[in-house]
Design a protein around this ligand. Structure first.
Ligand code: PA5
Length: 457
């Protein structure tokens, strides 16, 4: 079995100059500190390392497959960590144009839609598009209290009821939410007899991609979660190993933290595949929401945060790269690459030879993709701009499972090394509270609002 590769050649000095590259001795001098952080984290038994069992996965899959003929569409209502894991995995594993194929061409797999914004321009056309009697709605919210999810759900619930009647509602809504006595989404679900699954207590949204939260909806797309979790389990020993040279999560976390100290306050995530774009979005949430923190665990003000920015290769070589190449020296670039394509294309030959085109003839598109990435990486390095690359052997469920768990561990370890809590999000919670108060939810005090100063243009 091939392995995921973490290539850090262009993070080092040499080839980079001493100001912008890391020295191996410096990285090694931090090993002991990193190892003790790893041990501390493992003592806390982080929830995301507890992966579902084979039986649990079989139950999920059988539950979905028993209903496979019923639904033409899956609509997922949820936001942030309650949606992005499923979005990322389904985009990586389904055909890029999945929804545009007819049912036969999709092998009977439902189309998939996400309602992760309360934008009427997004919601209205979807309700015009879908046939409610052939649609399954997932409502996913750990707290059961998130404004966007509740608002969208209330709108959809009424529409489903109007279309299908009270009985219809229960066959068309699955709720995944926390089993807590103050969870009113749960109370409503029980009252209206929806199928409810508990949101795992030990997981926060952004660490839930390898749990029922993403895996159950994936089962309805006939994506068997066994391979995803097999991949994740296969990397568990490595990402918990106390040897930084064996442990890619520990080693890469250390590299990002050392770069932050060198002023690289921005991490650019640049997957070279359109099918990894959503995974990039998921990772940006994970890195930003877990590590962007005002205080350490002991209450010291730290204001740490390496801003993740997502771009796409090769597309952004013709847009953002100019800035990364010549602008402020505040970035570390993370490339994601796929080594082998199951669906490659050969560029055809022209009948007449043109010297500026000939070089492309008979090349596989994957070769061009790789050359473009390598060229970008080398050009950045020549400008003393550091980068690292993760290479996935193939785009399949096994490696996606491995990669997700590896990145979750990398993020949690970075938090531990910084002595901050990577599992809370007080900043997000504050915004949620002010939303409640501005919409007059009982018991929430309004923030002090400033007098507005503006131009009318
Ligand atoms: O990762 C997180 O904790 C957040 O992004 C949450 O998933 C998001 O705010 C939605 O919360 P909830 O699942 O409670 O609706």
């Amino acid at each position: 079995m091939e392995k995921i590769i973490f290539d850090y050649t262009f993070s080092l000095s040499p080839p980079l100059d001493i100001e912008n590259g890391l020295q191996l001795e410096n990285i090694k001098s931090r090993y002991n500190e990193a190892i003790s952080s790893l041990k501390n984290l493992l003592r806390k038994n982080p929830g995301f390392l507890n992966l579902p069992s084979i039986n649990e996965l079989n139950e999920m899959y059988n539950f979905a497959i028993a209903k496979e003929k019923l639904y033409e569409n899956i609509v997922l209502i949820g936001i942030g960590g309650s949606s992005l894991g499923f979005q990322a995995i389904s985009q990586a594993l389904l055909s890029y144009y999945h929804n545009l194929f007819d049912s036969k061409e999709r092998n009977g797999k439902p189309r998939v839609f996400f309602l992760d914004n309360i934008d009427p321009y997004q919601i209205n056309p979807l309700t015009d598009l879908i046939d409610f009697s052939k649609t399954l709605f997932f409502v996913i919210s750990k707290s059961g209290k998130t404004t966007e999810t509740l608002a969208t759900f209330l709108i959809l619930r009424e529409k489903i009821q109007n279309e299908l009647g009270n009985e219809g509602v229960k066959d068309h809504i699955i709720v995944i939410t926390e089993n807590k006595s103050d969870n009113e989404l749960l109370k409503l679900s029980i009252q209206e007899k929806y199928k409810v699954f508990p949101f795992p207590e030990h997981l926060g949204g952004r660490y839930s991609a390898l749990s029922i939260v993403a895996l159950l909806p994936l089962c309805f797309l006939k994506i068997n979660p066994q391979e995803i979790i097999k991949g994740a389990k296969s990397i568990k020993d490595k990402i918990t190993s106390p040897d930084p040279e064996e442990n890619p999560s520990l080693f890469s976390a250390l590299i990002y933290l050392l770069f932050y100290k060198k002023g690289k306050k921005i991490q650019i995530i640049m997957p070279y595949s359109s099918k990894l774009e959503k995974l990039g979005e998921w990772y940006c949430q994970l890195w930003a929401e877990s590590l962007g923190k005002k205080y350490t665990i002991d209450g010291q003000e730290i204001n740490w945060g390496q801003t993740p920015v997502r771009v796409l290769g090769t597309k952004d070589q013709h847009s953002q790269i100019q800035l990364y190449m010549e602008g402020p020296r505040d970035k570390i670039i993370t490339f994601w690459e796929i080594d082998s394509y199951s669906d490659d294309i050969k560029i055809p030959q022209l009948p007449i030879k043109f010297s500026s085109i000939e070089y492309l003839e008979n090349r596989m598109l994957s070769q061009v993709f790789k050359a473009e990435k390598k060229a970008t990486e080398i050009a950045l390095a020549e400008n003393n701009r550091p980068s690292v690359t993760f290479i996935l052997p193939e785009l399949n469920p096994y490696y996606i499972g491995q990669f997700i768990l590896m990145l979750e561990m990398q993020t949690a370890l970075a938090g531990e090394m910084l002595n901050i809590n990577p599992f809370d999000q007080p900043g997000v919670e504050l915004g949620k509270k002010y939303t409640f108060s501005l919409l007059n939810r009982k018991g929430y005090k309004k923030p002090d609002l400033l007098e507005i100063k503006h131009y009318r243009i």
